[in-house]
Unconditional design. Sequence first.
Length: 438
Amino acid sequence: MIISRPQSGKVRTRRNWVMSFLVFLFLSAPWVVLPSGSPLIRLDIPHRMFHLFGGLFIPQEGLILWFFLLTMGLSLFFFTSVIGRVWCGWGCPQTIYTDFFDRIGRWILDSKYGKKDAPVHKKYLVYFLWLVVSFIASFHWIGYFVSPYEMAGDIASLTFFSKSYSYFIGFFTIAMFVDIGFIREQFCKYACPYARFQTILMDEHSWNVTYDYKRGEPRRDKKTQIGDCVSCNMCVVVCPTGIDIRDGLQVGCVACGKCVDACTSIMAKENKKTLIGYLSLDQIETRGKVKWIRPRSVIYALLLTIVISAATYKLITRVPMSMIAAANKSMPPTLLPDNKIRAFVAIRIQNISPKPAIFALEAFDTRHNKEMLVRSGEGEQLTLASGELRSFSVVIETQTLSESELKEKYIPGMIRLKNVNEPDLKIEKVLSLTIPGN
């Protein structure tokens, strides 16, 4: 376990603001309820309903999930190629909570934090506070899947441990305590898959934490100084993963910028500019500006724009209802005495709009352009609350068929579900009716 020395500076201050904002978002989002009564974010897996920013989504909308995952992947590619591992150092929960744990450790143990001779009772106090923070973070993580108001009520009524989600909170609490408290940034160095493929996403123009070897090398040797580097090794002392940034871009660098602040403070004493900063390798070689527009970044940006545009179009044209219609195989179509076909169809509909809606069913013979009668025990219109799912059976009956129509093998039909108050919102499903005796 590596406990790095704390380091203040401009980068540290900016990271504090960014991290505080992200933690605030993480802890507050599960509690937010919109005026419609829908949670801001809730992934309700047992009921297969996902509330996202006022929209209600279901697992059957796989294309939207695919767009979301593709957008996240291409965003990772694009931003890594342009600004390096900014996610690791500024937004990753592993980095943010490790930093928070360190603050607790130094608050309790001061200079003894991370040392073997630290007072035992204070060490256990640190561990206790780490567990408390881990529980709070895990509680809010599960709050994205279960209502935090419900969980808080269960804790108050002492029924918390009888709920299944309490086991998940317990697991994540222990996992976070062990991971953040003891594994720390070594996870980033040895286990995180992003660290492995980030090198192929970056090139010499990527803006990342970089050492200016042109100015710094050769380093000071005893009292002889040739380059600007004074060999203070402060960049190594403050590094959370224990690497030496002067050896070049490495898997262990999480771009946290602590070495930037350390080198800035040391070089200020020499009245010189920092040797470590957010630079590109090309900047160091040519002393020019960062080349933001280049084939790699342009290709990623174009792909990301296409995917986001397609996802936006899909969301705008999305019909907030779902229907599954299938012929009842145990009750095949029958021919009535007046040359009508009667068929039995199983229907499952769901209202996936954030407000109640009234629905109606229609059926058509698409070959002969004739409307078919739909009868249901649910009535002509169905009122469903937001997210409500209802399954029932309907009877579809054709108009009187001619002799030529009766000789056909099947009737190509279509069943339509429409919103009564908003007729433009509708779903159509193909449903062929077999003609008995053919």
